[in-house]
Design a protein around this ligand. Structure first.
Ligand code: ME8
Length: 518
């Protein structure tokens, strides 16, 4: 990250509420974001990738008090669990931000002051139906009355209570036109496209000013110069994206990472990121993020995960059972990025055994053990290439460009499908060339077939690094690819495997998943 001349790419996950244990939905988001960040690094970008926890608000304060502890002690324990999930899943984030850090308080207060200086913050009495779960007010028409006399929000089905407080309000209503102009001129500001339509119609239906401070609890960032008020948790939380770039310190070298290139978030919080966040930034006179992408939800066997259904998936258990790369590969390959997906034991085992162990793992094992046995473990000198050799090598060489184009649309699943299409080509090639027969009849041709296969495996190894980093490293290790030659720029003609290179003894890269003994 020291090369200030490199093109930058900054990417964030949402920051999780640490009021319950991290689940597979949180893991999915950080893994997908990590894959994009790794991809950009391998493609030559200077990347800032951040994730973290959103630790303020009434919900956290209440959960801590139910657990018989202070909010501070509670979030310290929980934030560590969220960070442990990101670490266990090999997510190479640059910064884990916690909103209870002093640097973040300073950033949130600086943003507030700028919005206030612009005349967008005023004091008023606010009354409405408040959902603690959503940390949001609803109009009466946005709620329904239950038979027992209680009310719930229509949108989220969470309980609401009548609250009246003196609040600061943000003049959101003044930003509708500018927001609509933003969506118009920057059509990929919100992805996938379907979310853009939802957001635009929400804005067109009319924006009310937003209550941005609370006086009924104190677990939050203090409003500057106004004792008794803490910031609405979403003002505080969204500012994390600025904190990680050193805001408000103009001289901080991380400031080059703002505006963010991409906020990766779940579909349930698109409104906060695509309406409130750009409005706050416009008010503060700061550049807007380039893109907000709302991924889908991961369901457990088609059902929403919930404690009462007992189907909450613990990402650490999954990694222990199947292996980190298997979990990463499964969620990235099986779920079209942007759509919903479903997790099941059967589905992940099918993916592990078919795609990883069989298609890629077996091909590597068979071809490399032939090099070990028949060619003393040394990369052979290829003879003249046939049409079949050239076609396969060209398909592998084309992968970075194809992947890059798909990455522009964040089609992570489609990148994996492209890579595995080349793996399938290589398997067909290997089966039809029958190098095991050539050993006696035409040893030079056998060497060429093994060379081509190994070279395709090298390209595949480089391309799969963002998705299955550990296994990719093992594959590149058994191909003796030096650490400095593993970027996308090293796929293709310019960096082919050097004949004569001794290879380490091949070891299985992707073991089959065998049912553990009961
Ligand atoms: O929303 N599948 O925190 P959060 C996929 N603190 N993604 C899921 C999911 C599932 N089953 N469940 C949740 C918050 N997510 C705020 C964010 S950002 C400034 C503040 C996603 O812990 C969810 O959509 O409820 C969100 O992007 C992230 O996990 C954290 O959710």
């Amino acid at each position: 990250m020291s090369d200030v001349t490199a093109k930058t790419f900054s990417i964030t996950t949402a920051i999780s509420y640490p009021n319950g244990a991290p689940h597979i939905g949180h893991a999915y988001e950080v893994v997908a974001t990590d894959a994009i960040a790794r991809f950009k690094r391998l493609d030559g970008y200077d990347v800032l990738f951040t994730t973290g926890t959103d630790e303020h608000g009434l919900k956290i304060q209440q959960t801590a008090s139910r657990a018989g502890t202070t909010p501070r002690a509670f979030v310290d324990g929980m934030a560590a669990r969220f960070q442990a999930v990101a670490d266990r899943l090999d997510c190479a984030y640059d910064r884990f931000i916690r909103t209870t850090e002093p640097a973040h308080t300073a950033a949130a207060q600086a943003l507030w002051r700028r919005m206030e200086a612009n005349g967008d913050i005023y004091l008023d009495t606010y009354a409405g139906w408040y959902s603690v779960r959503d940390e949001a007010y609803y109009g009466e028409d946005e709620t329904r009355l239950l038979e027992d006399g209680t009310r719930r929000s229509l949108a989220t089905d969470t309980p609401v209570v009548w609250m009246e407080e003196e609040n600061f309000l943000f003049r959101l209503s003044a930003y509708a036109d500018r927001l609509l102009a933003l969506y118009e001129t920057q059509p990929d500001f919100i992805g996938p496209e379907s979310r853009m339509n939802e957001v635009a119609s929400f804005v067109r239906s009319g924006l009310k000013d937003l209550s941005v401070s609370r006086t009924t609890f104190d677990w939050g960032v203090p409003v500057p110069d106004r004792p008794g008020h803490v910031m609405y948790v979403w003002v505080d939380a969204l500012t994390n994206y600025l904190t990680v770039t050193g805001f408000p310190d103009e001289a901080d070298e991380r400031r080059r990472f703002w505006p963010a290139d991409l906020h990766v978030i779940g579909k349930d919080i698109v409104r906060f990121h695509a309406v409130y966040w750009p409005a706050f930034l416009m008010s503060a006179g700061l550049p807007l993020p380039k893109r907000v992408f709302g991924h889908g939800f991961l369901l457990s066997k088609g059902e929403k995960m919930s404690k009462s259904l007992g189907n909450v998936l613990d990402p650490i258990d999954l990694a222990d059972t199947y292996g980190v790369d298997a979990v990463r590969y499964f969620v990235l390959r099986d779920v079209p990025f942007g759509g919903d997906g479903s997790y099941s034991h059967e589905a992940i085992i099918t993916r592990i055994n078919a795609d990883l162990a069989n298609d890629l793992g077996n091909l590597a094992q068979r071809s490399l053990s032939m090099i070990a046995k028949n060619l003393s473990g040394v990369v052979p000198e290829p003879g003249a290439f046939t049409e079949a050799d050239r076609t396969l090598l060209a398909a592998a060489d084309a992968l970075p460009a194809r992947a890059r184009a798909l990455m522009d649309d964040l089609a992570l699943h489609a990148i994996l499908a492209e890579i595995w299409a080349v793996v399938a080509d290589a398997n067909r090639y290997f089966a039809s060339e029958e190098p095991w027969k050539l050993k006696k009849t035409d040893p030079e041709r056998m060497g060429t077939v093994l060379y081509v296969t190994a070279e395709v495996l090298r390209a595949v190894g480089i391309l799969v690094q963002p998705f299955v980093p550990r296994s990719a490293a093992s594959l590149l290790d058994v191909l003796a690819v030096p650490a400095g030659r593993r970027d996308f720029a090293h796929v293709g003609e310019g960096a082919r495997l050097a004949p004569g290179t001794p290879l380490p003894a091949p070891s299985p890269i992707f073991p089959r998943f065998e049912k553990p003994e009961a």
